[in-house]
Design a binder for this molecule. Structure first.
Ligand SMILES: *Cc1c(COP(=O)(O)O)cnc(C)c1O
Length: 403
């Protein structure tokens, strides 16, 4: 049995220090030299760390570092935390702002891309700098942080925009704010009557789980409905500490969802995604999205073909709990927003029967109903008369396959 990472790497650190998230932050590994004192690096990692040093921060909490397999360059935790040469290589078509977010920033701390929800950038730093970060133009520190004034400006925008009913707080990692600052921000948001739900996007349960304590969980619960959306990418990250953090939140009435990113050779197999999703459910963390990697600078080596994501979903749907099946999301380059893909179970329409294949690939017929008028008579009672006649739309036809 190899010695657990913590005992091997930080034998003299007391439990009290280890469990103190501020100690973890102060002692994060932030340079190649610091890293090399603790684990043997490959030549590729050494070069990668040098070449990316001027491009994007290095930062690994002692806790996350302790999960790294020192003997294996393809350890999924390692690949998410330590740069390699490929990260310093740009390819044609890659973007600094892959999702066109800066085109939709009415004020500096907000991205407003969808009709009824916004992304609020609460701060610009993280407990661990993911090597697959696609928002490094912000988390890289070059924008110089997000000020109180900019957050106040964002709240002003939210007050003026009644259509916003969902605020997703991200960054950077919002749970690196002190609980006081976080509560202050949440109080500001909750004063706005039309904001129905709040989400916090955070990697704290994965990278710095000791940040989640009773005080934080209680504080978040005050702002229900509030969802924590976290970011586990591999079953190896689901440790007793991570589990305790997620269960603390859920026990206090804060639902936790997971957004994973599909990354080549990190988690790009049916087996690793299935295991991750099933283990998330054992912590009562609900799989939400599986993200196709964005077309961002330095990430080509982590991208998978779209067909691999679909093959993975095909290996989940039907074969395991539906609760363990995430949506496969592609955030369209240039700012089109997210769309989801799934395996095609449609074979063909034959008269009033639609032929579908099941998860095992066997054909089944679904007889279409005779009546097709789907207007809901009670809508008018419940919602009142429609405000205006809906604009005529092109009718949707069921696609026919030629082969
Ligand atoms: C992903 C995203 C959201 C939230 O999208 P959901 O599909 O509702 O989870 C909101 N704003 C931006 C800019 C996003 O990228």
């Amino acid at each position: 049995m190899p010695i657990a990472g913590r005992d091997r790497l930080f034998p003299r650190v007391s439990d009290a220090e280890w469990q103190d998230w501020r100690w973890q932050q102060r002692n994060a590994l932030r340079s190649l030299e610091a890293l090399e004192r603790l684990i043997p690096l490959t030549e590729d990692e050494r070069e990668g760390s040098k070449r990316t040093a001027s491009v994007f921060r290095l930062g690994i909490s002692p806790y996350y570092l302790s999960l790294i397999d020192p003997d294996h360059p393809f350890c999924p935790v390692r690949m998410q935390a330590i740069p390699v040469r490929a990260e310093a290589v740009a390819h044609e078509g890659e973007l600094r702002d892959p999702l066109g977010e800066d085109l939709h920033r009415p004020v500096r701390a907000l991205v407003h891309k969808y009709p009824d929800r916004v992304l609020l950038l609460a701060l610009d730093h993280c407990s661990v700098y993911c090597r697959h970060c696609t928002r490094r133009r912000i988390t890289g520190g070059a924008e110089g942080g997000i000020t109180r004034e900019e957050l106040a400006e964002a709240l002003g925008y939210l007050r003026d925009h009644r259509e916003v009913r969902d605020v997703l707080i991200s960054g950077g990692d919002p749970l690196l704010l002190s609980t006081e600052r976080l509560v202050e921000l949440l109080e500001g948001i909750r004063e706005i009557p039309h904001v129905e739900i709040v989400r916090i996007g955070t990697r704290i349960p994965v990278c710095l789980p000791m940040r989640v304590d009773d005080t934080l969980a209680r504080a978040l619960r005050r702002f229900a409905p509030l969802f924590v959306v976290t970011h586990f990418n591999h079953a190896k990250e689901i440790t007793p500490e991570a589990r305790a953090a997620c269960e603390m939140l859920v026990d206090h009435g804060v639902p936790v969802e997971n957004q994973a990113v599909l990354m080549r050779r990190v988690n790009s197999s049916v087996q690793s995604i299935k295991d991750l999703m099933q283990k998330c459910l054992t912590m009562r963390v609900r799989p939400y999205y599986l993200h196709q990697m964005d077309v961002a600078e330095g990430l080509e080596h982590l991208r998978t073909p779209l067909s691999q994501g679909i093959a993975i979903l095909q290996g989940l749907r039907g074969w395991t709990s539906g609760l363990a099946v995430p949506h496969l999301a592609v955030d369209l380059p240039g700012g089109g927003g997210k769309v989801t893909l799934q395996p095609d179970y449609f074979i063909e329409r034959r008269g009033d029967r639609t032929l579908l294949r099941n998860y095992r690939g066997e054909p089944y017929a679904y007889p279409e109903p005779r009546e097709t008028d789907c207007r809901v008579p009670y809508d008018e009672v419940f919602y009142g008369p429609p405000p205006r006649a809906p604009a005529p739309r092109r009718s949707l036809r069921v696609a026919r396959r030629s082969s």
